[in-house]
Design a protein around this ligand. Structure first.
Ligand code: ADP
Ligand code: MG
Length: 700
């Protein structure tokens, strides 16, 4: 029997093994279903004909009808080309081919009527069209060209095997009749009626062979919805499953630790946003549900304090807590902050990273399993290693984007019940992306910075202005401030980056001579001890300048540092630039960020620099970043597979996404197990896409 949709593409009439191999290799098309899901990227209107004397340079593609008068090879060497003269009743036009001249010349029939389709360019005072699509004018060809034509992506190899856009259209026209009655509905009648959708079968027909533009658009809307809706349904099911399967520890007490800290040791008044978010977390952890919460807040918004207060609640209820950071430096930093703040409360905190070994490690592990150690700060060594807790109740994960879902789920096995999880993001995530990637998490947002922060002033300079920048550094240092100078570190060219850093360091040494000035250096090749030493010199104010690679990107906190100079800033992505800038502006002084770049910049790099100079708002920056790079390139999202949309686009379809999520929520509210008869298509589809075997054709 088998499902005709899963039939290998090789068996579609007219395809065969060789073309199938090309389709697999170039477009990942293995089955009938894959071809069905190879959507056109645009449509052209081939129902209209233009006249030669009406052409204007603004027209993109035109369709003309006329007679081919002549065709000859002209020019020599590289300028060699085939030039044909084409005439309609209003004028003449040249058609040009630079490749395949001989072959094309043979196929042309002079004196015959042709339909010419292509992009006219003005050459002197006359138009020409290079590499036009030519079709002999016959009743049959007219019929074939009628109306809207879908245009498909194809590769050079495919074109060589007759699978250009036209070839794909032909394959689709063979495919669709084969699938009659096989394209099953996936939604319920209510959603279809409510959103005025085409049926799924209609949608597939109309997207490939539209009656008109309106139908094409309706087909697109329907198929986008399907993708977004099922992605949301899936992720919401994960959340639902977790809530059913994993009851949460109930933290119903707020006791001495929390209250004592709040009344006696809080170093500053909490912002309104911090208070609100702490309340949300408290409520969640007291509810009996397992907390899995994403805490979003811009750099410097004070997420650490929220983490600390949450930990105190866990401790008040007799549980241990862990904080996980992505790097040793950040773990170290958190360790210092937490120890300082928790010491007065007599709470034990330890640091556990890969470089803590031997007796010390042994004793930490023992105290964790014995329960005398209440708070542990560490890197992912905390989950990878056989670390056993007596009673782990809360895990805080800082800088979420480096921890995958799989790693998060390991945490759940650390106690009889899954500990509550608070995930803190370093970079705000655009809403659409958050909904898709972290749609299973609840979200808290700190949308307010601590009071008295002056917005960081950001300026963009090119290398020519270096002496001025040095002068500015001297002025700031004279005012008692400290300066970061950061160099890119991109793994593929580590040696070169290292050289850039060291060259920069030497030129700074010449401009800022010891002993009057002291410069600290920090990079990935240094031993942790040496890094600590340098960090301390800077933190204590012994050094005025810290030259570093992006190892300082996250978490480093030196409030007196007020200038961030980013070298080769064009090599950084927006979120990274924003992170780096967030290292300053932590004290009361006016802070500055200086972006140094080469003179010549790509348009995209210019947009990045402009965005940085225009705004300090991490959410806005994240939106621009998403637009520039697309969701697949945002750090840590590529492998997730959550963003493999064929037709939906998280940048453009945010409204459709909201609707899809809303509908998915409603379905689960009304039909928890998706078992009602009216939802059977939804259940079937969900099964199909969650079934690992559904992708069998790709595994071989
Ligand atoms: P991030 O959200 O980037 O992790 P941090 O938690 O490191 O930010 O906080 C940044 C700085 O702001 C720290 O120096 C912290 O002590 C300070 N801070 C946090 N909350 C407040 C507040 N409510 N009032 C004043 N300063 C605060
Ligand atoms: Mg932080």
């Amino acid at each position: 029997m088998g499902d005709v949709l899963k039939t290998s593409i090789e068996f579609l009439k007219g395809v065969g093994p060789q073309r199938a191999a090309t389709l697999q290799l170039d477009l990942n098309i293995f089955s009938f279903e894959d071809l069905l899901n190879h959507f056109p990227f645009k449509y052209v209107d081939r129902s209209q004909f233009q006249k030669i004397n009406q052409l204007t340079p603004e027209l993109s593609y035109v369709q003309l009808k006329g007679v081919l008068l002549s065709a000859e090879e002209v020019g020599t060497g590289k300028g060699k080309r085939l030039s044909a003269i084409f005439k309609d009743d209003t004028g003449t036009l040249e058609l040009v081919w630079f490749r395949g001249a001989q072959w094309i010349k043979k196929s042309l029939q002079l004196g015959k009527e042709y339909i010419v389709y292509g992009k006219p360019t003005l050459f002197g005072s006359k138009f020409n069209i290079s590499h036009p699509e030519l079709t002999l004018y016959t009743v049959a060809s007219l019929q074939e060209l009628k109306g809207l034509q879908p245009v498909y992506n194809s590769s050079e190899n495919m074109k060589n095997r007759g699978m250009d856009s036209k070839g794909i259209r032909k394959m689709i026209s063979v495919l669709l009749p084969e699938l009659k009655g096989k394209i099953l509905e996936t939604l319920n009648a209510e959603i279809i009626a409510d959103l005025q959708f085409l049926s799924r079968e209609q949608a597939y027909h109309q997207i490939h062979q539209p009656q008109n533009l309106e139908m094409a658009n309706r087909a697109i809307a329907r198929l986008k919805f399907d993708e977004l809706f099922f992605a949301q349904l899936r992720i919401l099911k994960v959340k639902q499953g977790r809530q059913i399967n994993y009851a949460g520890f109930i933290f119903d007490k707020v006791g001495d630790h929390f209250n004592g800290f709040y009344s006696k040791h809080l170093p500053f008044e909490l912002t309104g946003a911090q208070k609100r978010v702490i309340k949300e977390i408290r409520k969640d952890m007291g509810s009996g549900k397992h907390m899995n919460r994403l805490l979003q807040g811009d750099v410097g918004s004070g997420k650490t304090m929220v983490a600390l207060m949450s930990i105190l609640i866990a401790l008040d209820n007799g549980f241990q807590a862990a904080i996980m950071a992505p790097t040793e430096i950040l773990a170290q930093q958190h360790f210092t902050t937490f120890s300082e703040l928790l010491e007065p409360l007599n709470i034990h905190v330890k640091l556990l990273t890969g470089s803590i070994k031997g007796k010390e490690r042994q004793s930490i592990l023992e105290n964790l399993s014995g329960g005398s150690l209440q708070v542990i700060v560490g890197t992912h060594a905390l989950i990878e290693d056989p670390v056993v807790f007596k009673n782990l109740g809360l895990v805080v994960i800082d800088e979420q984007h480096r921890f995958g879902v799989a790693q998060r789920s390991k945490l759940w096995k650390k106690n009889t019940r899954a500990p509550h999880v608070l995930v803190m993001t370093a970079t705000p995530i655009p809403r659409t992306l958050a909904m898709t990637l972290y749609g299973d998490l609840d979200t808290s947002i700190i949308d307010e910075l601590p009071p008295g922060r002056k917005p960081i002033m950001t300026k963009h300079f090119t290398d020519g202005a270096r002496l001025r920048v040095f002068g500015f550094m001297r002025d700031q240092i004279a005012l008692g401030r400290q300066v970061y100078v950061v160099y890119p570190l991109i793994e593929e060219s580590e040696a070169m980056d290292y050289k850039d850093l060291m060259d920069g360091y030497e030129s700074l040494l010449r401009a800022f001579e010891p002993p009057h000035y002291q410069i600290a250096v920090m990079h990935g090749r240094m031993k942790p001890d040496a890094k600590d030493f340098e960090m301390k010199r800077f933190k204590d104010g012994v050094c005025q300048i810290m030259v570093a690679t992006t190892v300082i990107e996250v978490g480093v906190n030196v409030p007196n540092a007020s200038v961030m100079i980013i070298e080769s800033a064009e090599r950084f992505g927006l979120s990274q630039l924003h992170q780096l800038r967030g290292r300053v502006g932590r004290g009361a002084e006016q802070s500055y960020c200086i972006l140094m770049t080469a003179d010549k910049l790509s348009a995209e790099a210019k947009t990045r620099m402009r965005t940085m100079c225009d705004t300090n708002d991490g959410f806005k920056i994240a939106e621009v970043d998403l637009k520039l790079r697309g969701p697949g390139d945002i750090e840590g999202t590529r492998q997730s597979g959550m963003l493999d949309f064929k037709i939906a686009d998280l940048v453009k379809d945010s409204q459709a996404l909201q609707i899809a999520r809303q509908k998915a929520i409603e379905i689960l509210q009304e039909d928890e197990n998706i078992s009602k008869p009216e939802n059977r298509y939804i259940a079937q589809r969900l099964n199909e896409i969650t079934d690992p075997k559904s992708n069998w054709s790709r595994i071989s």
